[in-house]
Design a protein around this ligand. Structure first.
Ligand code: GLU
Length: 281
């Protein structure tokens, strides 16, 4: 089978060395097998994404010597597709609207003292799970903001647990257990799809059969595998690579102001030197 990989950055900032490592790993996996390397712009959150960052991604990747196939998929051009997925899940009663504020959720978690903890922190305590249809209508009508949450218990009950596995390259099959994440958000009133929903659908629709990305996204792959099962989507293989560190051993992340490709270029580094920094040549 021809390998199809992708690099899927969000244009919320300029590419840094961590991104370069992901792009290089995916590019190499495709090239080694004569496969395809795709680029996807994950711009669901239109409040944080900016056109100059998207332009910067293209420019930096080209400067580094990566070539990707056209057309580039942009998530903001597919909001209708995500709405159709949500409608499917809604028809099966697997999602529900949640009108809670962050504060209400935190208060309930503190009060109940028994909220299960998922890999992302305490799971949603289920306040809106059992609102009546009339209560939901009233809240929609008063214009309250809301999120659409997956009913994790119902979702898990609707798929055979043993089938929830994925293959991690060099490690073998991983049995999934998305339950500890609880009722995750799949969309918000203002944001038509969560990262989880969009990434799962897009990988399938683009024919991606090897997802190469950082180890920090390993845990959420359990959620993605569940969504694949619920939406009848194929399961790619996964390769979660280690995160690279700076010379002091600190993990590089955008938040820490890690060196951007742009700033390194401005300092006079060549593309070859930047690729050497991530041990790619
Ligand atoms: N858009 C995500 C990010 O920039 C990557 C998603 C993925 O590779 O699955 O962190």
């Amino acid at each position: 089978m021809v390998t199809i990989t992708r690099f899927a950055p969000s244009p919320t900032g300029y590419l840094h060395l961590g991104h370069v490592y992901s792009a290089a790993s995916a590019f190499r996996a495709a090239r080694e097998s004569g496969g395809h390397f795709l680029l996807r712009i994950e711009d669901i959150d239109v409040t944080r994404c900016r056109p100059e960052f998207e332009a910067g991604i293209f420019e930096d990747l080209a400067w580094l010597g990566f070539e990707w196939e056209e057309p580039v998929r942009r998530q903001s051009e597919h909001f209708d597709d995500y709405a159709a997925l949500l409608a499917k899940l809604s028809d099966r009663d697997l999602i529900y609207p949640c009108f809670c504020t962050r504060k209400e959720i935190a208060t309930e978690i503190a009060r109940s003292n028994s909220a299960p903890h998922g890999p992302d922190g305490p799971a949603y305590p289920g306040i809106c799970r059992h609102l009546s249809p009339a209560e939901r209508q009233a809240r929609y009508a008063d214009g309250s903001p809301y999120a659409l949450r997956l009913d994790m218990v119902k979702a898990m009950a609707s798929v055979p647990l043993a089938a929830l596995r994925f293959e991690e390259v060099n490690k073998g099959f991983i049995q999934c257990n998305p339950a500890p994440f609880g009722d995750i958000v799949l969309a918000r009133k203002e944001t038509p799809a969560s990262y989880h929903l969009a990434v799962t659908f897009d990988d399938a629709v683009q024919g991606v059969n090897l997802v190469v990305r950082g180890q920090d996204l390993f845990a959420v792959t359990h959620i993605h595998r569940l969504l694949q099962a619920l939406l009848d989507l194929p399961t790619p293989r996964y390769l979660h690579h280690g995160l690279i560190s700076d010379p002091q051993g600190k993990r590089l992340s955008k938040r820490d102001g890690a060196a951007t490709v742009r700033s390194l270029r401005e300092e006079g580094y060549t593309a070859e030197e930047v690729l050497k920094m991530i041990d790619y040549s």
